[in-house]
Write a new protein. Sequence first.
Length: 84
Amino acid sequence: MITARQTRAARALLGWTQETLAERALVSLTALKRLESRHGKRVYESTDDQVRRALEAAGIVFLTTAQGEGVLINESDEVGKGTR
């Protein structure tokens, strides 16, 4: 499962709006806003999965370590996909 912070950070790396991510993940904008909420609002597991897959398809790698969580963009995956 990805976190709200990771989702927001991934969008920032890609330069995507919430609308863009919702469209690419095939989820409603309302569902995405719930997922990204700072208040930990619950979403369906399928919504979380679709958002994660859309971001990974654009070159995002999700990181979780003992020190915390994060994201990075794999530029070689992202090149030529028209994600920016």
